[in-house]
Design a protein around this ligand. Sequence first.
Ligand code: G3I
Length: 381
Amino acid sequence: MKHTRGSREAWAQLLRVCAPLLISALGAGCIVHHPAAAPAATSATSGAGASSSQVAPLREAATAAHRRVGTALMSARLDDQRVRTLVAANFDSLTPENEMKWETIEPRPGQFVFAPGDKLVAFAAANNIRMRGHTLVWHSQLAPWVKGLSPDELHAAMVRHVRGVVGHYKGKVSAWDVVNEAYADGPSGQLRSDSPFNVLGPTYIDEAFKLAHEADPDAQLFYNDYEIEGEGSAKGDGVFALCKRLKEAGVPISGVGLQMHVDPRHWPPVDSIRRNMERFAGLGLLIEITEMDVPVGEIPGTIDEKLAQQRTIAHDIVAACVAVDKCAAVTFWGLIDRDSWLETAQWGKLRGRLPHYPLLFNNAYQPKPIVLGVMDALAGH
Ligand code: G3I
């Protein structure tokens, strides 16, 4: 734990920025937890051990570091004023957690459902938040009708889908996960075998990027995947080879998204993550951390010890991003712990024992210690 000096400075900065706002408190750009106004978090509110009187001007800290900091949301969460306040104050990037995926946005052939995505886009525009579109071509959360198509029909469907979605959000969504999770887990280093898009041949990836670029030439276009964060995995090497080939072929790819669903039981050293970012940067690509969460269910100790460890892990990963010029953004995959995909039994057990408390804010909407770890890293401590 090397945060003593950084923590003092972070706290001093927090007080400087937010003291004038304590009276008007919520909604002014800082999130304030006053012990008299809300009880200290307990395990019942998830994120036990969250410090009291914390403020979290994360967005300012990220801007000062020339980075973006983002969150992922379902559009219905915007009906909650606490969510709107917290997001507007702390984030300058927003990703739809599910509602721009194929099954939601084109549930029937050629019939697009843009309302949930539009709601997120309108909120982002009103709060000067960049939108990150997620995701155009992915084997999962596909509309069922896509799976029964012939190769020619599938090709036509992909063309219509990418043109339709990117065209609708032209000028409003400035970065897209064009292709998501196309590579296999394990030792093969090849495309995954269970994607219906494979029948189009491996250059379906090239074509998806070209179609997205034609539909919005100003949008940044990413390949996005998980467990490619560190060096030395076959999957990571496969994705690196793909990105190199795309760049050399002149395919309009802007960057790579490292999802960063941390599994503390087996996780690459942070130096390896930084060097991996550097090799992608060496191709001329941007890097974004696109879906970070740090589940602590499997970290031994008390809740306070788990959250302290979570703070250290998040600090070190964000510091790796800050150390690499072309690492442009860090997005956390959800806002409060209860929102996380990992807090459901269906998914959470992938990362060991529940609960995981994986996000920045607890269920009482208070910042957890992890926020200070992220801020320390953004401040270069
Ligand atoms: O749409 C149905 C809805 O009709 C039904 O009423 C409801 C009841 O369970 O389920 C809804 O579907 C859920 C869907 O999210 C939309 O909310 C699924 O059960 C649920 O499994 C699905 O989970 C999402 C998961 O992707 C699916 O793969 C998570 O919310 C989402 O966080 C997660 O995000 C992915 C990224 O897109 C890609 N990288 C990995 C990441 C985590 O798995």
